[in-house]
Design a binder for this molecule. Structure first.
Ligand code: SF4
Length: 385
């Protein structure tokens, strides 16, 4: 489909959003991270945190609205309004526009019902300013059913429940918090800037305000030395909070990250992927929550570790045991096949044609390259972060 070019309009966007917000309208409420010291996080390194003037954020929302209107008008001009999604998909895939227009196009295509406020901790904004931004977003796009943002536990712990309730009232539906670990030992080592107690207080405040709470945990973050504390204390903190969602986001360290130098010096010992799976099992084993577990990050090896607890607990543990009971060769085959896109779930391993294809690749790596299959897996994972 050949489409006329839309009027170039642009609004600011930040670098990341949670996987579950892949189709959300992205509005940058603040720039970068006010903490910016976590050893495992390179996302905002070297970038100064800034509170954006509220009027600039509001202008961005208005620009997003103008873009959405342009796309809808184009749909009318090329047929009728019911073609909006089709036109939006074409605009997104043709790639002739910048990120702002493409984000609005993707959002319209996906149903235009969710928005995400970037960057790392927009909850740190003055509550009246954030209320103004959220209320304007809701007024401009009344069709939104979900407005979410990232937040730090420390900030959520400092806000009063009343303030959080004002945000909820304005339209904030969910906060995504990087809990990472419930162990003070691990949190201090990683310079996370928050304690287990603050995690609990922050999480409970969010829940008390009626805002949906999504807590990210990071398997592998304790390394070999702190894995026991990491698993036990993380489960303990989650049990205290009982968030709506627990999301798994496995540690991946690459050159250039602060943590890399600790690995090189031997101070931090990375776990192998199978050890991390075992660690996830140890966390799940200890969970006594009613949360929904999600494994929606591409770095996670077992995407099937999902479901509403406590009902899903046994199935998740069964999947982990099933994986760990595979032979070494089968586990290596699954790890490579999963990272190379041949497998989505463990069951896929039993489809002979997929298994054989991955097996052939493993043989080729052994014969034709100087590296190992593990090196190939690492190279594939480098592209995910
Ligand atoms: S608080 Fe979040 S965004 Fe900021 S450095 Fe830590 S992990 Fe990264």
């Amino acid at each position: 489909m050949i489409l006329p070019k839309l009027t170039e309009r642009t609004f600011e966007q930040g670098p990341i959003r949670p996987p579950s917000e892949a189709y959300s309208l992205l509005i940058r409420a603040t720039r970068n991270c006010p903490w910016n010291r976590c050893q495992f996080c390179p996302v905002y390194r070297g970038q100064r945190f800034e509170l954006r003037p509220t009027e600039d954020v509001i202008k961005d929302i208005d620009t997003a609205k103008a873009i959405a209107d342009d796309i809808k008008q184009l749909a009318w001009k090329t047929g009728n309004g019911s073609r909006t999604r089709e036109i939006a998909a074409a605009i997104y895939s043709q790639g002739q526009h910048d990120f702002s227009i493409r984000n609005v196009a993707l959002w319209l295509w996906a149903g235009a019902d969710c928005a995400f406020l970037q960057d790392a901790n927009s909850l740190i904004m003055r509550t009246p300013d954030l209320v103004q931004v959220i209320a304007h977003l809701k007024k401009t796009f009344p069709e939104l059913t979900r407005i979410t943002s990232y937040a730090r536990s420390k900030t959520a712990a400092k806000k009063s429940v009343e303030e959080l309730m004002q945000l909820k009232e304005a339209g904030l539906s969910r906060l995504h918090i990087g809990l990472e670990s419930g162990s003070d030992l691990v949190l201090t080592y990683m310079d996370k800037g928050v304690t287990a107690e603050e995690h609990i207080k922050g999480g409970r405040n969010v829940k008390a305000a009626g805002i949906s709470l999504s807590e990210y945990i990071m398997p592998g973050l304790g390394g070999r030395k702190m894995t026991a504390q990491h698993a036990t204390e993380t489960a303990k903190v989650l049990n205290e909070i009982d968030p709506d969602y627990i999301r798994i986001r496995t540690l991946y360290v690459r050159q250039g990250m602060d943590l890399w130098s600790k690995i090189e010096s031997g101070d931090f010992e990375l776990q192998g992927e199978d050890e991390v799976v075992e660690e996830i099992g140890n966390i799940i084993e200890k969970l006594e929550v009613t949360s929904e577990l999600k494994s929606d990050h591409i770095l996670n090896m077992l995407p099937e570790l999902e479901g509403k607890f406590p009902q899903a607990k046994q199935d998740c543990l069964a999947s982990i045991n099933r994986y760990l009971a595979l032979s070494e060769k089968e586990r290596l085959n699954f790890r490579l096949g999963r990272r190379a896109g041949f497998y989505e779930k463990l069951d896929d391993l039993y489809e002979a044609h997929r298994y054989q294809k991955v097996d052939q690749i493993m043989n080729r790596i052994a014969k034709e390259t100087s590296g190992t299959v593990d090196d190939a897996i690492r190279q594939l994972m480098e592209t995910f972060v």
